[in-house]
Design a protein around this ligand. Structure first.
Ligand SMILES: [Zn+2]
Length: 109
């Protein structure tokens, strides 16, 4: 009996299942993307951003020159890999970064 030829499944056929799986994983570990910050890849991304923009963008907008140490996501990535890894990013100093995040949490942005 001839065996069936392998069925070619175009990309996206299993998308729903993968998406459900991803949502399930996210629910199990509330913020899995937190681990992405510990990767060598993120360190390289952060370095590249800080080299490209060495001064805090928010301070610079106020006319103050402050060295930036934080690579911040301009858009909230919420675990979206495309936004997390490819930005857009902005360089911030720690005070600007934390005040920004607090405003975001208060729904003030
Ligand atoms: Zn700043």
């Amino acid at each position: 009996m001839p065996s069936k030829p392998p069925v070619h499944r175009p990309p996206g056929t299993t998308g729903n299942r993968q998406q459900q799986r991803r949502l399930y994983d996210q629910a199990r570990d509330t913020q899995p993307w937190r681990r992405w910050y510990k990767t060598a890849r993120w360190q390289a991304t952060r370095e590249a951003q800080l080299i490209a923009e060495p001064l805090c963008r928010k301070c610079k907008n106020k006319g103050i020159l402050t060295p930036a140490t934080v690579c911040d996501h301009v858009e909230r990535h919420n675990g979206n890999p495309a936004l997390f890894w490819f930005g857009p990013f902005q360089s911030l100093c720690p005070p600007c970064h934390s005040s920004d995040k607090q405003r975001e949490e208060n729904g003030d942005l």
